[in-house]
Design a protein. Sequence first.
Length: 403
Amino acid sequence: MTEAYIYDTIRTPRGKGRKDGSLHEVTSLRLSAQVLDALADRNDLNGHAVEDVIWGNVTQVGEQGGCLARSAVLASKLDQSIPGLAINRFCASGMEAVNLAANQVQGGAGSAYIAGGVEMMGRVAMGSDGAAIAVDPSLAMESYFVPQGISADIIATEYGFTRDDADALAAESQRRAAEAWEDKRFDKSIITVRDINGLPILDHDEYMRPGTDMQSLGALKPAFKDMGEAMPGFDKIALMKYPHLERIEHIHHAGNSSGIVDGAAGVLIGNKEFGEAHGLKPRARIRATAKIGTDPTIMLTGPVPVTEKILADSGMSISDIDLFEVNEAFASVVLRFMQAFDVDSDRVNVNGGSIAMGHPLGATGAIIIGTLLDELERTGKGTGLATLCIASGMGAATIIERV
């Protein structure tokens, strides 16, 4: 099988996903085009240099609809002969784009791809596209559907995580993210977002709250308690599925859950011949990819079985992995991952995560792959695993090996 290499990774800063966020006036199309342009400029991608652009975005309506990937190619410096494929695997869309591109290269279907994604959560509201599992009673009732926040609280209840556990992880995410920015660890991959006149708009992740501590987090009200206990009674639905639980402990709130932000990221993937033809040196080999379906009610436990699967498929063990990026959709997701594999926290999300910097749904998978690669290079470590939980009960993972 042909090897698939990562040649470059780029991301935008993450802007607050609301009307006063710095990126609010930038469309999904223009933010995507700026990432594609940066990859084209940095790697001299002229003509039909890549086979395709595979672009993830979750809420595919309005400006994020109509095959945004192709629109972004046409709005960028890339040649119009390059097509575009828009995909949606919910929170893992950006990672799935990378994994699909790697699999295409490995299978000989083209020498190079650009993969990644975008989500402008302040412009295109999460859930505005509808979802059968949430709105079609025939499926929602059969699958015991509950919102993701309830699912995160189910994980905490099932596996014994307390509010203090979740808040401690959140405070540490903020501390690590602030330290990483202070130490300029993201500089290699961050681009400055500019307006139509070329003036800078944002050059840093603006969602972070570096002063966060246990006391400030402790003052926040659980975000999902009311929806769990009020009609339609999502707690009751969950307890029908998991009757061994006496009640759902609601420990999650805005401070220990991922932030709503705007952002985009891209990864340049190719075979050895592509690099040689363009004078580029590979930075990492994509060693394995995996995806899996899981229980749709507890929903967010996917990182555990998909990690078990990817390790088995690649003949590796958890001890073979130097660093982990586990998306911080909610604190309990990461706590469960570390518990399941007995992994020390000093190997997981060492530069902070989505609790501190935000989770632009369609882009996050590509972001954490780039963050993982940058950190492997910074520390001289060899192998890393990135994984995300996914709505409706799925998991995705990627293992990369520095070269």
